[in-house]
Design a protein around this ligand. Structure first.
Ligand SMILES: [Mg+2]
Length: 427
């Protein structure tokens, strides 16, 4: 038991929407929806859009034009390049406030505040909040507590009650019962829908009731994991900070096409594009891989002939040289391809990944790490970092790319492409 644990959970408010607003102040107060890949459904919405009764997961085409016009609703294609880059910036800012940061999701992080006991924690977290707002233009909410599960609860309070100013401190709270009673049991961190249903049947409807449940009974019904959650609700820290991110075991890159594709050459183009993206990620983490798998599939929701298949191949020695993989990807597709089908998706997966420092070298032939291939790749990555991604690309990925997914309402890549920097005019 670590009685003195202190942790803050920082979570960005309406993250995707806020990223769009950060670069276009005219969007403040507007009803905004962010669309999924191929602009199909609404995956994120601003509070204003929620207030109009629109729900997450709604099909975009079901919003009638008059409705969109009447409420001045703005819809955006998801700009994951922008959100990913803003996420990295948020984490960089947060890491200046604590020696121990756990990146929990794209827009959420736990900050250990151990050793900060003598500070005014609420004031400190207001400072965090103001810094992110001022430096990045993104609003965040902060919950402070003795355990991660309680910090999640505190964050929820900070978000739901504007009166608290975006920061809620639950450390040694005098009315724990009152706060926890307000949280529905299915909203407790770590309680899945199935356990929630079981608990409700047993009369446990909120976090306070859960915290008061008999430990033996909980362990019997919900295993040690459930017991941990209950103890955490009681202020006993049981879930440690996860500080080192596991190196990726595999890298997958795939997207649905913006239109059905039946031509082998176009499938190869798309697969080459996803493959080069995956190998780029591999290099960014200083890794090499030796296995590559390619899969392709038709649209199983359509009533037409169906076909899906996958195949994999292994490189003789691990590599991170894109052309090594492109050759395999092309050959695999050619092997699997069948004429006369409308393909919906192709994907590439890299596996058998190792860190470059642990990669085996070959006694008889040069490997990626000890010949000019690494030099060439480092050079390509350097150019793309300096001048923007896709400055230098492989001819194999094509130029017209008619298979690209539909993103008709995409905002600019404000932070990652020189040509799309926001322009500020002083009048
Ligand atoms: Mg969030």
């Amino acid at each position: 038991m670590k009685r003195n644990d202190l942790v803050a959970l920082v979570d960005c408010n309406n993250f995707y929407v806020s990223c769009e607003r950060a670069f276009d102040p005219r969007l403040a107060g507007k009803a905004i929806g962010i669309l999924s890949n191929n602009d199909g459904i609404i995956v994120a919405l601003s509070n204003e859009l929620k207030a109009l009764g629109v729900k997450r997961g709604a099909a975009a085409f079901k919003l009638p034009p008059w409705f969109i016009k009447k409420h001045d609703i703005r819809l955006f294609s998801s700009n994951y390049t922008l959100y990913g880059d803003m996420s990295v910036r948020v984490m960089q800012v947060l890491s200046t406030f604590t020696p121990e940061l756990e990146v929990y999701s794209i827009d959420e992080a736990f900050l250990s505040l151990k050793g900060f006991e003598n500070r005014d924690l609420t004031a400190y977290c207001h400072e965090i909040r103001q810094t992110v707002q001022q430096w990045l233009g993104l609003p965040v909410s902060v919950g402070i507590a003795r355990t991660k599960t309680l910090a999640k609860v505190a964050n929820r309070v900070a978000k739901k009650f504007p009166g608290v100013g975006g920061v809620y401190n639950m450390v040694d709270h005098p009315r724990m019962d009152k706060v926890l009673s307000w949280v529905a049991v299915e909203d407790v961190w770590g309680v899945g829908p199935q356990y929630a249903r079981m608990l409700r049947k047993e009369g446990i409807e909120n976090a306070w009731q859960l915290s008061q449940a008999a430990p033996n009974w909980i362990q019997q019904k919900m295993t040690i994991v459930g017991l941990r959650t209950v103890r955490e609700l009681c202020g006993i820290s049981c879930i440690d900070m996860e500080l080192d991110i596991d190196p990726k075991k595999e890298i997958i890159s795939s997207k649905s096409f913006g239109m059905p594709v039946d031509d082998l050459h176009l499938l190869q183009e798309a697969a080459a594009a996803y493959c080069s993206r995956a190998v780029e990620k591999l290099r960014a983490e200083h890794q090499v891989a030796s296995m590559v798998m390619v899969y392709l599939t038709t649209n199983r929701f359509k009533e037409e002939p169906q076909y899906a298949n996958y195949q994999q191949a292994r490189l003789p020695v691990p590599s991170a040289y894109t052309p090594d993989f492109l050759v395999l990807v092309h050959a695999l597709l050619e092997d699997m391809y069948k004429r006369g089908f409308n393909y919906k998706k192709v994907g590439v997966m890299l596996s058998e990944i190792t860190h470059q420092s642990k990669a085996p070298l070959d006694f008889f032939a040069p490997t990626y790490l000890d010949d000019e291939r690494k030099t060439i790749m480092d050079c390509v990555d350097g150019i793309n970092r300096r001048w923007g991604s896709h400055t230098m690309d492989y001819a194999a990925i094509g130029t017209l790319q008619p298979w690209q997914m539909k993103r008709e309402f995409l905002s600019p890549h404000y932070t990652t492409r020189w040509g799309e920097l926001p322009v500020v005019r002083a009048l």
